[in-house]
Ligand binder design. Structure first.
Ligand code: NAP
Length: 311
């Protein structure tokens, strides 16, 4: 597999294996995170050529960006590609989604400060709100792009209709959506549209929060405040059936002298619209391990077999 790729039409070149950083300072998502360990995850990524870092305002909140920015500061800024996201607004105890041009522009300024940088490589509108016309929201980011504050524009968790409106003027370079072997709705409409329109698709939860890494068994349990304890993928009989599917990928991986996680991650990268993946990591060894995906070559037969297991 190629060790460099260009993210769609953005012109931004990265290692196809990126790093999802919601477990770096993202205490509101995963409990008991050690911040120094989190920073070491980011350091390990950068030092091993994993140069595409995915963060967001809401991870922490603020803290994932702060820790990521602090680590990036230790290196040459141009050797790292930072993607971040915004749209959450705190109103007292309430969190609302806001895509208004004024709010997004302020969010970008705040992210720049937390990341300690003067440009963001890829800025996503993290979630769609109900009111703002999506082309106007993207229009605000286009102005920031023209000013050099961001290098490319992304949207996340947008429906096909919202994406079409957002991309009315052709400014959207990337969409990030949930997509993994267990959750394939994007194949119906989103993936065909992005492929036709030159938009790069970044799948989130590529390992289905670790389930597709092939390391869990029927007895595995999660802490009450871990997001997996509430996910239907990990409940009762459903969990059992899902584990059996993962076992079948394990067999394909074993034939290739590879690990399940690497075969799964390589599978996404065989899609024409998917240039990069951003598996999350909590420890340094997971970062290094995920880079082994680059050694996996899948044949058309492998690709079909894996698809069929989860169809
Ligand atoms: P994920 O990538 O599906 O799963 C990550 C988890 O898998 C890790 O926390 C770790 O869990 C396990 N893992 C990772 N590498 C492994 C390896 N080599 N071997 C075995 N296990 C491994 O889920 P995610 O981290 O939640 O999502 C990825 C990224 O997508 C996030 O970091 C974030 O940047 C982004 N995201 C975006 C949105 C959005 O709305 N746009 C939403 C969610 C996530 P354990 O060690 O605990 O088992």
């Amino acid at each position: 597999m190629n060790t460099r790729t260009t993210i769609g039409r953005t012109g931004i070149e990265v290692n196809p294996i990126g790093l999802g950083t919601n477990a770096v300072g993202g205490h509101n998502i995963y409990p008991d995170l050690d911040e120094e360990k989190g920073k070491n995850v980011v350091r390990t990524a950068i030092e091993n050529g994993m140069d595409f870092l995915d963060t967001a305002f809401i991870y922490g909140p603020e803290h994932s960006e702060e820790l990521t920015g602090a680590v990036v500061k230790e290196y040459d800024r141009s050797s790292v590609v930072i993607a971040t996201k915004g749209a959450h607004e705190f109103k007292g105890n309430e969190v609302v989604i806001n895509n208004s041009p004024m709010f997004l522009k302020q969010q970008v300024e705040n992210s720049l400060k937390r990341l300690q940088t003067d440009y963001i490589d890829l800025y996503y509108i993290h979630f769609p709100d109900e009111d703002t016309p999506k082309d106007e929201a993207v229009g605000a980011l286009k102005e920031l792009k023209d000013e050099g504050k961001i290098r490319s524009i992304g949207v996340s968790n947008f429906s096909l209709e919202q994406l079409k409106q957002a991309n009315k003027d052709g400014y959207v370079g990337v969409i990030q959506s949930e997509y993994n072997l267990f959750k394939r709705e994007a194949e119906k409409e989103l993936l065909p549209y992005v492929q036709e329109n030159g938009i790069s698709f970044v799948p989130y939860f590529p390992l289905a929060s670790g389930l597709l890494a092939g390391k869990y068994n029927r007895d595995t349990t999660f802490a009450e405040d871990d997001i997996r304890s509430g996910s239907p993928l990990f409940q009762g009989e459903n969990f059992y059936h899902n584990l059996k599917k993962v076992e079948q990928v394990k067999d394909i991986a074993a034939d290739k002298n590879a690990d399940t996680a690497h075969v799964v991650l390589a599978w996404y990268l065989t899609h024409d619209a998917i240039d990069t993946i951003i598996p999350g990591a909590k420890r340094k060894d997971q970062v290094i391990d995920n880079l082994n995906t680059l050694n996996v070559e899948l044949t058309q037969t492998d690709i079909q077999k894996i698809s069929d297991i989860f169809s």
